[in-house]
Structure formats: structure tokens, C-alpha cells
Design a binder for this molecule. Structure first.
Ligand code: T1G
Length: 708
């Protein structure tokens, strides 16, 4: 059997060591499954081999099937000779030795092996649901037999990566190998210890743990109810539950067949295609066409945040979560105390909810050091300014930072829309300045928008992109300009929602459309959550700057009535004390009608489809302008921003990807051109959009018209 380079078989003192070597994550790309099958069969037929070890070369065990091959016409594997089936049938024991990641099909091969050992830093899991499918190599049938259906369903329906120590406690990992020890050597020694043990343990033969489903037959429906809200519009999570249920009600091989049937149903579903697109878009976004991949990064060990307001506090929590010591600077002690109290209260809420331990809270709090003077932060490697969105205040802060910060320190700003060059030009080192825009709540939202200033140096930008990843964010590059990329593309959405309410749509109708579309909460309830005064202030600023700016009389009226949202008990909706549930307010509906009559604005009915299209097409049109100006590298970056900054439903792929699924540029252009006739200038189609429509170029393949 000719060896292929992807899988090696070595005989080491009677142990067959099977090494998967397919960088970067040893995915089961074509050639790998075949290599594993041949190696296991070789080990079984070679009399000198007593047992085998399955191990990954490089940084990881096997991170699963090769996602790039999904949806392609790949030859179906020969039934009975899939790697997990050959491992299962092996007469000689196989030890899976895990470091890095054992995910999806990789973890399933470990489950089909007879023993599993791992280093503590390893992570195991079945994340298939995150790409719209379910485990298809026996994971839904073996894991419940190993840890019981409840714990198995938790792992399979959430898709979470489980640390090896927890997996050891659950009984998935048989032995932990000390971190730093030679895993290969440890695995060979382990194989020697179990080589002659008979019978060879096979998970498929153990149904004891499945009894849990007999004593609690309602556990599957309970899980269906539990996920109902967040799994709306999706099939994969329910297929995962059904597969585990099959494990508890069918013989093993029948369960395997049922699992495969469900896998085939989902592999090329719209949901799976969209989630695969999102998976690769979130990797592509890290590529910077105009900054070399090997640009040396500036070292960041210590950080400082200027401003302990809501954003400054959330940013500090992000750094502390990932182990960075962070200094939090506020000029007034009172403001500093208020900021720290807000951070502590946030942590205590998480501890109360059980999503954080007391010990972890204290560890993170210990990393956040309150300071009262710029001198205290001068030696930090990076400083992020998060003060009021007022130009004079920002300029003042950057002048101070320029005076005190050590040479080479990175000076970032969290502004959500002010021209980066204004802050850069307030210093003598504009090359060290860039935008690092967090999204509220900063310790929760994953989007990290890195904004290029005219003089930002390549290493200033590359280090910012890397920093975002180091604090658990998804970094995306944006060109400088009003609202950068994310907010700029979202603004027309906000304009249309306010205008439709003037024309007769009710906030609750608009919110229902977007919740049905897949958003966790609607746009009006979201506005109430973040506070209506933010939008009001920015509208007043725009009106002051631009006499042609279209005022929002109804949105302004709501604020001028003192209805600022949840924090005042009423905004677009009413709220009971201590309850965040938005309740439609007939009184507000009456006042809106009264005001629109006074203003002579004609009222009419809206279909749900028109509401959806007006909101999202307005943003697609703006996204086309952004690409035309070269303010974004690619359309998929804008999708990454909407998925991680605005909670766009992930199983729809993103704003531009979704627009391709409902007819693409031709349909969007047709509709917008019609609205241009009906509603005027604000709906003038972007020339970039027209070009895409004329050339029939899907949005997701749209290339910017000029470099950033
Ligand atoms: N297939 C193809 N490419 C993959 C891949 C995969 N499974 N996993 C990673 N890559 C590429 C990725 O695109 C990137 O490429 C590079 O590897 C580094 O990844 C039968 C059907 C393992 C936690 O869902 O979650 O098995 O951009 O930047 O941050 O039941 O990658 O450099 O060209 O993400 O260190 C199930 C997916 C598949 C795991 C590492 N497995 N991967 O994160 O690096 S379905 C997964 C990840 C399955 C079976 C079913 C992460 C990671 P490039 P990266 P990272």
C-alpha cells in the first residue's frame, strides 16, 4: 500500500503509529480518510503490530471533515469502509492521542477508537450544528452511549468546544497526559499497557447510559423547548436532537443509518450553505490585501483604556477575559468609581446567572487596575481611547497621549464614527494611530472594526487586527469615513425604520418581521435597549451640520416626550419595572397618528415583505457605495460585520449573501430603482449596484472599485 503524504504508518516497537499530516488543522480532506482506513487495516494484518495509536502532526489532532468539500460532488465513501467503521471493527486496540482540536469527524474517529488520551489544553467537540449539519460519522450514536443522552445532546446541540479536563471528568477522555510531555511517547506507552487487554472496549456495545432516556423520556422534548427561541428558522439543531433520540430507540447500526440520512438531508440545505459561507468569510476577513501577511507585529503585554464609561468598562472586561492586565484611566475619582462599580455589577450578574464563577470574576477584576493620571499609563504597549464622542474632547485626549506615551506605543480610538485623522493629527505620531471600534456591549459583541487612518502604519493596523483576535473578537478592516463600514451600512436601515413608522407601520409590526426573519430582538426594541437619546443626539448633530438632512419628526417626538427606552420604562415600547419585555403602547400609536396627521403624512398598510426589503435593501445599496469607494476589502467582510456587530441571523449568511439568495443584484436593483421613482433621492441606486446587476455578478463576488 503506497503511503500518501497525508497519513503515515510507522511501526514502533510493535505499536502502529498512524500520523495524520494535513496542515493547518489535519482536516479529513480527500486522501486522509483513505489513508486512515489503509493504515488501520495494515495494523490489523501485520502480526508484529499489537496495538495502534492515532495522532495528528503539527498543532492539532483532526479538526473534522474538510468543510470545503461539502456541497461538492465528491464520491460517496464505500459503506462499511468509512474510517469510523474500520476503526470500530479493528481487532487490535487503537488509542486516539489528542492535542489541539479533536472536532467533528476528528472527534468521531476518537470515539470509534478504543481509548482516548489527551493533553489538558486540548479541546474536543461536535460543532457540526454551527455549520448547519449534524455529526455524520457516528458521533450522535456513540457519544450518548459514552456519557448519556443529556450530556451528549448538550454538546451536540450547542456545538461547543469542551476542554480536555472537563471531557476527562465526563468520561470521554481515559487519561490526561501532562502538558509539555511528549504525547506520542505517552500514547505508545499507553498502547503497550492496553495492547493485550480483552475484550477491546467498543462504545457501540455499551447501552447502559442510554437508560437515562427511559427514566426521563421527556428529555428530548425538553431540549426542543429549550432551544425553540434561538433555533428559530433552523433545522440542524432539531436533527441533532432527533439523532440522539434515535440512539436511544434504535439498535446501533440502524441509528448510524438514520444519522447518515439526516446528514444527507442537511448537507446542501440553504442553512448549511449560508453557515459554511459565514465560516469561511470569518477566516477570509483576516486577510489584508494591502498589508503583507508577515508584517512584524508590535508586542502587546499591557493595555490602557481612557474613559470608564459603558464602552470603556466593556473594553476593559474584554482584555481581562483574555488575561491582559489593563489600566482604566478616568480623570475624576467619582467617574472612576462609577465605572468600576458598573464592571463589578456586570460580573456579578454573570455569576448570579452561573455563566461565570466567583473565582473567575475575581481573577478578571484583579487584572483591571483603576488609575487617575496619564502618568500611570505611559509605559503601556497600547492605549484605547473611549471617551465622549465629541471632537474637542478626543483631540485633547490624543494630545495628552502624544505627550506621555512611550515611543512605539499604539494609540487606538474606539470612536464609532468620528474621522480618525482628526485624532491622528492631534499627535506628532499619526502612524501609530488607528480606529479599534467595539460594538455595544463591548464585552459581548464579537465585532472589532479596525479603521485605517490616512497615515496609519501597516504594523499599527496589522497589530490591531491581531489584538482583536487575541481578545476573542473578529477583526475586520474598514476605510475611514463617516460611520466607517459597519455603522455606515446600517444607518439607512435605521432611517427606513423611522420613516416607515411615519408612513403608518407600527414598531411592533416592524419588530415582528425582523424577529421572524431570525433576529434575536427587533430593531425598535434594540433601540430601546441601547437608549433612544444616542440616536437623537446623532440626528441633531447631523441636522446642525447638513441643512438638507432629513429630520425624523416621530423618532424625535418620542425622545422629546422623555421616552428614552428601557432606562425610562418607555421608548418605542412600554416596559414593566425590572422586566425587559417590550409591550406595544396604544397611547404611543395614538400620538404618532396625531402627529403624522398634523404633518400631513399619508398613512398606509405595509406588507411584511416590503418592511423586510426596505430595511435590508437600503443597507445593501449603501454597502455597494462602500465597496465602490474601496472602504471595504470585500462584500463578505460586510457580512462578517453584520453577523458579529448587528446580530444578523447567522443561518442567512449575512446581508450581502442573503441579498444573493433573494434574486441578487438584478432583483435588488429593480426594486430600488422603483422606489427611487416613488420615494426620491434617498433611494437612488448606487452605480456599483447597477453594474453588478448589468454584469449579473453576485454580491458575494463583488470586488471593490478601488484599493482601500
Ligand atoms: N475544513 C476545511 N478547512 C478548515 C477546517 C475544516 N474542518 N477547519 C479549519 N480550516 C481552515 C480554515 O479555513 C483556515 O484556513 C485554517 O484551517 C485555520 O483555521 C463527518 C461532517 C479548528 C477551532 O467545524 O472551528 O466533521 O484561512 O483560522 O482560529 O461529522 O478552524 O488559513 O486558509 O479557524 O486556530 C467539523 C472547524 C467539520 C471545525 C481552529 N469541524 N474549524 O481555529 O484557525 S464537519 C469544524 C474550526 C464534520 C463529520 C462532520 C477552527 C479550529 P485559512 P482557523 P483557528
Amino acid at each position: 500500500m503506497p503511503e500518501n503524504n497525508l497519513v503515515r504508518f510507522e511501526s514502533v516497537d510493535g505499536i502502529g503509529v498512524i500520523t495524520i499530516d494535513n496542515p493547518p488543522v489535519n482536516a479529513l480532506s480527500p486522501g486522509v480518510p483513505e489513508g486512515i482506513v489503509e493504515s488501520v487495516e495494515r495494523g490489523n494484518t501485520d502480526p508484529a503490530i499489537r496495538a495502534m495509536v492515532l495522532i495528528g502532526a503539527g498543532r492539532s489532532f483532526i479538526a473534522g471533515a474538510d468543510i470545503r468539500t461539502f456541497g461538492t460532488n465528491r464520491p460517496p465513501p464505500v459503506e462499511g469502509r468509512r474510517p469510523h467503521q474500520v476503526l470500530d471493527a479493528s481487532q487490535k486496540p487503537v488509542v486516539a492521542a489528542i492535542h489541539g482540536y479533536a472536532l467533528g469527524g476528528g472527534f468521531e474517529l476518537a470515539l470509534a477508537s478504543n481509548y482516548r488520551i489527551a493533553v489538558p489544553s486540548a479541546k474536543i467537540g461536535l460543532p457540526e450544528v454551527l455549520i448547519g449539519i449534524l455529526p455524520g460519522s457516528g458521533g450522535t450514536q456513540r457519544l450518548p452511549r459514552l456519557i448519556g443522552p443529556k450530556a451528549a445532546m448538550d454538546m451536540i446541540v450547542s456545538g461547543r468546544h469542551v476542554p480536555a479536563e472537563e471531557a476527562h471528568r465526563l468520561g470521554i477522555i481515559d487519561e490526561l497526559v501532562p502538558e509539555g510531555a511528549d504525547l506520542r511517547e505517552a500514547a505508545i506507552a499507553f498502547a503497550h499497557r492496553i495492547a493485550d487487554k480483552r475484550p477491546v472496549p467498543r462504545i457501540r456495545e455499551h447501552d447502559e447510559k442510554l437508560a437515562e432516556a427511559k427514566t426521563d423520556p421527556g428529555l428530548f422534548d425538553a431540549m426542543r423547548r429549550q432551544i425553540a427561541r434561538r433555533a428559530r428558522g433552523q433545522r440542524a439543531p432539531y436533527h441533532c436532537i432527533a439523532a440522539v433520540e434515535a440512539a436511544c430507540t434504535m439498535p446501533f447500526d440502524e441509528g448510524i443509518r438514520r444519522e447518515r440520512e439526516m446528514f444527507d438531508e442537511l448537507e446542501n440545505s440553504a442553512e448549511a450553505r449560508a453557515l459554511r459561507y459565514a465560516f469561511f468569510a470569518e477566516r477570509e476577513v483576516a486577510r489584508l490585501p494591502d498589508i503583507p501577511r508577515d508584517t512584524p507585529l508590535r508586542p502587546i503585554k499591557t493595555a490602557a483604556i481612557v474613559g470608564a464609561g459603558t464602552m470603556g468598562g466593556g473594553i476593559s472586561m474584554s482584555f481581562a477575559e483574555f488575561g491582559f492586565p489593563v489600566k482604566l484611566l478616568e480623570v475624576s475619582q467619582e467617574a472612576l468609581d462609577r465605572g468600576l462599580a458598573r464592571i463589578r455589577a456586570n460580573y456579578q450578574t454573570s455569576v448570579r446567572r452561573g455563566s461565570l464563577t466567583e473565582a473567575e470574576m475575581n481573577r478578571r477584576l484583579a487584572l483591571i487596575e483603576p488609575v487617575g493620571s496619564y502618568d500611570d499609563i505611559k509605559d503601556c504597549d497600547v492605549v484605547i481611547e473611549a471617551v465622549f464622542e465629541r471632537i474637542p474632547v478626543k483631540e485633547e485626549v490624543f494630545k495628552k497621549l502624544d505627550d506621555v506615551m512611550k515611543p512605539g506605543a499604539l494609540l487606538y480610538t474606539n470612536t464609532s464614527g468620528i474621522d480618525i485623522d482628526i485624532m491622528a493629527n492631534a499627535t506628532k505620531r499619526p502612524q501609530d494611530v488607528a480606529g479599534t471600534h467595539f460594538f455595544a456591549p463591548a464585552n459581548v459583541m464579537k465585532l472589532f472594526e479596525v479603521v485605517k487612518g490616512a497615515k496609519s502604519a501597516p504594523d499599527t493596523l496589522a497589530t490591531a487586527m491581531d489584538l482583536g483576535r487575541k481578545i476573542g473578537k473578529i477583526s475586520a478592516m474598514a476605510g475611514n469615513g463617516d460611520g466607517f463600514v459597519a455603522n455606515r451600512s446600517r444607518t439607512p436601515f435605521g432611517t427606513e425604520m423611522n420613516i416607515m413608522v411615519e408612513e403608518g407601520a407600527l414598531p411592533e409590526q416592524v419588530d415582528k418581521v425582523m424577529v421572524d426573519f431570525g433576529y434575536p430582538i427587533g430593531p425598535f426594541a434594540t433601540a430601546d435597549l441601547s437608549g433612544l437619546d444616542i440616536g437623537y443626539d446623532s440626528r441633531q448633530r447631523r441636522a446642525a451640520q447638513d441643512p438638507n438632512y432629513r429630520k425624523m419628526p416621530i423618532a424625535d417626538m418620542v425622545v422629546e416626550m422623555g421616552r428614552l427606552g428601557q432606562k425610562t420604562g418607555a421608548g418605542w415600547f412600554k416596559y414593566e419595572p425590572g422586566d425587559r419585555t417590550p409591550h406595544p403602547d396604544p397611547e404611543l400609536a395614538r400620538l404618532i397618528k396625531e402627529k403624522t396627521t398634523e404633518l400631513g403624512i399619508a398613512q398606509r398598510e405595509f406588507t411584511d415583505e416590503e418592511i423586510l426589503r426596505r430595511l435590508l435593501f437600503a443597507s445593501v445599496n449603501e454597502a455597494c457605495r462602500i465597496l465602490d469607494e474601496g472602504k471595504a476589502y470585500r462584500a463578505s467582510d460586510i457580512d462578517v460585520m453584520w453577523l458579529n456587530g448587528f446580530n444578523f441571523p447567522r443561518y442567512r449568511g449575512g446581508l450581502m449573501y442573503w441579498a444573493d439568495t433573494i434574486g441578487g443584484p438584478a432583483e435588488v436593483y429593480r426594486q430600488i430603482a422603483a422606489w427611487h421613482q416613488q420615494y426620491g433621492e434617498r433611494w437612488s441606486p448606487s452605480p456599483f449596484l447597477r453594474r453588478l446587476a448589468e454584469t449579473n455578478t453576485p454580491f458575494r463576488e463583488a470586488k471593490p472599485s478601488r484599493p482601500m
